[in-house]
Design a protein around this ligand. Structure first.
Ligand code: NAD
Length: 486
C-alpha cells in the first residue's frame, strides 16, 4: 500500500493536521494507499516555503539556468516515464496506452515547451515624441507574479497539472499544487524528480486534500497566494472566484463544457464516426473537451447513429492490465452514481436508448470497480438537463438538423463555450460555421489535436482567460512599463 505524503520545502512529510484519507482503485475498488490531508498549518507551511523560495536562489537565477533546469526536469520525467505511467494508471484506471502515449509524454513536454518559449520571448518597446523634442522610450518589464496556487482535477492529472506548473515555473514563480483528492500520485512523484534535478527547495510544493473546508479552500483563501490557476467544474470555479476576490487575486480558469459536434451530410462518414467515437468515449467520457451533444444533418442521421452504436458496442471495458481494453472505468463510485443518475433521468424523460444505459458485469473483481456502459440517446428535447448539464461520462445525445443555421443555433444553445467539432469536407462551410461557434477551441475533421503554442480555454461559463504558448505568460507574469525620458 502506498503512502502519499505532502511535499513541502523539498521534503516529503506527514500532515501536521494528523488527518489522512484513503484512495481506492477505480478498477476493482481495492485500497491503493493513504493520503496525508493538509489543513491550515500545512497549507500555511507550503505557502511560506513558496514565498521564501522567491527570495532565494530561484528568485535571482538567470533565465538560462532556470530554463535549463526545466529542460532537465522534462528529460528526467521522460526517463522515469514508466513510474509515472504506473502511478497515473493506478490512480485513474486509464488505459496504459492513453497514459503512455498522451498523458505522461505531454506532461514532460509541457516543461520543454514553456522553457523554450521563455528563452525566446521578448517584450514591447515604444519610442515616443515629447513636446520638448528629446523623446522618451517605453520598455515592457516582466517579473513573476509570485506564489501561484495550482488546483487541478483528476481526469488527466499529470497532463493538466504540468500544463500550469510548467509555465508558472518558467516565468520564475513558485507553486503550491493541490491535486485532486482522487489522483494524488503523479504530483507527489514529481516532487522526487524536482529534487533529483536540483530545483531549489520550496519552488514546487504539493498539498493533498479535498476542496471545501480542506486543502483546496484553505489554499485559495490564503492571503499570501498571488494568483490562482484552476481546472475543474464550473461550480467550483465560482466558489474559488469568491475566495480569490478577497485581496483581489488574479484567476485563470479552465472549466466545464457541454460541447457539440456538428456532422454535416457532406462529411467523410468514416472519418466523422472515428472522430466522434473518440470525442464521446475517450477516457470513458471524462474529458472536458468531449462531445456530449451530437447534431447530424438529417440525410445521414440514421446511418451515422447506427455506425456510432456499433462503435460504442465494440468498446471493450476493462482494467489497464488487459491489452484488449478500450474503455476504462469512471474515477470513483460517487462519479459513477452521478453519471448513472443522468442515465436514469434520460429514461424518465422518454429518451430512446440507442445503446447502453447501465453498468457492465464481469463476474470477477472488476465488478467492484466503477465501470459503466457507453450510452447513446436520441429523441430528447433541447432544453432538458441531459442536453444542458455536463455529465462527464461516456454518453452522448444525437439529434438531427436540417439547415446550417439550425446547426449553429443548436451548437450555441448552451451556457458553456469550451470546444466544438465540425465534420464537413466543404472548406467554405468549415470557415463559415467555425467563426460563428461560441467556443474557445474549434476543430474541423478532428478532435483533441493540440498544438501547445496555440491558445486554449473556454468562453462563457467554460473559463476565464487563455493558457498555452504566449497566452500562458500573460497570467504567470506581472508586467510593468518603464518609461524613460531622454
Ligand atoms: P472539481 O471542480 O470537483 O475539482 C477540481 C479541483 O478543485 C480538485 O482538486 C478539488 O479538490 C478542488 N476543489 C473543489 N472545491 C474547491 C474549493 N471550494 N476551493 C478550492 N478547491 C476546490 O472538478 P473534477 O471533478 O476534479 O474535474 C472534472 C471537471 O473538470 C469537469 O467539469 C471538467 O469539464 C473540468 N475540466 C476542465 C478542463 C478545461 O481545460 N477546461 C480540463 C479538465 C477538466
Amino acid at each position: 500500500m502506498t503512502r502519499f505524503d505532502l511535499f513541502i520545502d523539498g521534503t516529503f512529510r506527514s500532515a501536521k493536521s494528523g488527518h489522512s484519507f484513503q484512495k481506492h482503485s477505480p478498477v476493482d475498488g481495492r485500497l491503493i494507499g493513504t493520503v496525508q490531508e493538509a489543513r491550515a498549518q500545512d497549507v500555511d507551511d507550503a505557502v511560506r516555503a513558496a514565498r521564501a523560495a522567491l527570495s532565494g536562489s530561484w528568485g535571482t537565477m538567470p533565465l538560462r539556468q532556470r530554463t535549463d533546469l526545466l529542460l532537465d526536469l522534462s528529460h528526467a520525467i521522460a526517463r522515469r516515464s514508466a513510474e509515472f505511467v504506473e502511478a497515473e494508471v493506478q490512480d485513474t484506471g486509464h488505459t496504459r496506452h492513453f497514459s503512455k502515449t498522451i498523458e505522461i509524454p505531454r506532461g514532460a513536454e509541457n516543461f520543454e515547451i514553456f522553457a523554450n518559449l521563455l528563452k525566446n520571448s521578448g517584450g514591447e518597446f515604444f519610442a515616443m515624441d515629447t513636446p520638448d523634442g528629446t523623446g522618451a522610450i517605453n520598455i515592457e518589464l516582466h517579473r513573476p507574479k509570485g506564489v501561484i496556487a495550482v488546483i487541478s482535477p483528476w481526469n488527466a492529472p499529470f497532463l493538466l497539472m504540468t500544463w500550469k506548473v510548467a509555465p508558472a515555473l518558467a516565468c520564475g514563480n513558485t507553486v503550491v499544487v493541490k491535486p485532486s483528492e482522487e489522483s494524488p500520485a503523479t504530483a507527489t512523484l514529481l516532487g522526487e524528480v524536482m529534487n533529483e534535478v536540483g530545483i531549489p527547495k520550496g519552488v514546487y510544493n504539493v498539498i493533498h486534500g479535498f476542496g471545501p473546508g480542506s486543502a483546496g479552500e484553505l489554499l485559495t483563501q490564503h492571503p499570501d497566494v498571488d494568483g490562482i490557476t484552476f481546472t475543474g467544474e464550473t461550480r467550483t470555479g465560482e466558489a474559488i472566484m469568491k475566495q480569490a476576490a478577497v485581496g483581489l487575486r488574479d484567476v485563470s480558469f479552465e472549466l466545464g463544457g457541454k460541447n457539440p459536434a456538428l456532422v454535416f451530410a457532406d462529411c467523410d462518414i468514416d472519418k466523422a464516426v472515428e472522430v466522434v467515437m473518440r470525442s464521446a468515449f475517450a477516457n470513458c467520457g471524462q474529458v472536458c473537451l468531449g462531445t456530449e451533444r451530437i447534431y447530424v444533418e438529417r440525410p445521414i442521421f440514421e446511418a451515422f447513429t447506427a455506425r456510432l452504436k456499433a462503435g460504442a458496442e465494440a468498446l471493450q471495458p476493462g482494467g489497464p492490465d488487459d491489452p484488449g481494453t478500450t474503455l476504462g472505468p469512471l474515477i470513483s463510485k460517487e462519479h459513477r452514481d452521478k453519471v448513472l443518475s443522468y442515465y436514469a433521468k434520460a429514461r424518465e424523460l422518454g429518451a430512446t436508448v440507442v445503446t447502453g444505459g447501465g453498468i457492465p458485469t464481469f463476474g470477477d473483481d472488476r465488478d467492484k470497480g466503477f465501470f459503466i456502459q457507453p450510452t447513446i440517446w436520441t429523441g430528447l428535447p433541447d432544453d432538458c438537463a441531459i442536453l444542458r448539464e455536463e455529465i462527464f461520462g461516456p454518453c452522448c445525445h444525437i439529434r438531427p438538423f436540417d439547415t446550417e443555421e439550425e446547426a449553429i443555433a443548436c451548437a450555441n444553445d448552451t451556457r458553456y463555450g469550451l470546444s466544438a467539432t465540425i465534420l464537413t469536407e466543404n472548406l467554405s462551410r468549415a470557415h463559415r460555421v467555425g467563426r460563428r461557434l461560441e467556443a474557445g477551441v474549434i476543430w474541423v475533421n478532428s478532435w483533441f489535436l493540440r498544438d501547445l503554442r496555440t491558445s486554449f480555454g473556454g468562453s462563457k461559463s467554460s473559463g476565464i482567460g487563455r493558457e498555452g504558448g504566449v497566452h500562458s505568460l500573460e497570467f504567470y507574469t506581472e508586467r510593468s512599463n518603464l518609461c524613460i525620458k531622454l
